[in-house]
Design a protein around this ligand. Sequence first.
Ligand code: PMP
Length: 295
Amino acid sequence: MTPPNFDDRDGWIWMDGKLVPWRSAEVHVLTHALHYASAVFEGERCYNGKIFHLSMHSQRLIDSAAILGFSLPWTRDEIDAACNETVKANGFTDCYVRPIAWRGSEQMGVSAQRSKPRLAIAAWEWGAYFGEDVIERGLRLDIATWRRPAPYTAPTASKAAGLYMICTLSKHAAEDKGFNDALMFDWRGQVAEATGANIFFVKNGELHTPTPDCFLNGITRRTVMDLALRRGIAVTERVIWPEEMESFEGAFLTGSAAEVTPIASIGPWNFEVGAIGRQLRQDYADLARGRTINS
Ligand code: PMP
């Protein structure tokens, strides 16, 4: 059965300071963000009624907007409270939370200095990002033909909607060929990230991950690095060239939506779904749910 469209559901969406009925959370077609991609967003997960790393997400939303040149008239605490209010109003304990901030309709054309910042927060129930079946088997990733842009060609430190244009194109191309997702290289040809998650590799019991100098330094990525260190697993952030994938034993993706998801193959390279990835997946699940991490 096809799930209902996202604009046709019951529930509540927080919009510019108050909860509105889900179907009324609309914007006008002459909205700057729709024409010129002046929008930034977050993706969060709520576990057992608590949004994991909520304040980090709210702060990143504020920072992402600032990078695009607009400042949100809500503080981090106010955004935190609005996210919590949205989850509660919809009666969820485990869900995905999507805050989005954008430039409104005051001005049309490239300039938007007079446009008003808007903010909406929605929440919905969303199971495993890639589905349950890949958790044991691992993801099959295509290699995207699009590359992450250089930091001098796009505001790459912002979680900006416009940066997802090449992600959607890459993901469609991958799915059309039967893959789960695509690995993107950066403009130099170095390994960067997937279309909505960061990447880690396993080699000789240690982790290697690309330096996030032109893509999102994910909150999950940083959390998993901490969890690895707690287990005494060394993590190296460095330049990774594609040819090196030949020598890696394992690989996994990290993201708020994707959590920790093992990878079985990337283009011609195959990986084992190994113990380190499994352990970190479990540790992340425990930490996110406020459970103690078994040693
Ligand atoms: N890269 C991209 C392109 C993403 O969309 C995401 C998901 N927000 C990530 C990385 C991972 O970020 P985080 O762990 O903060 O969710």
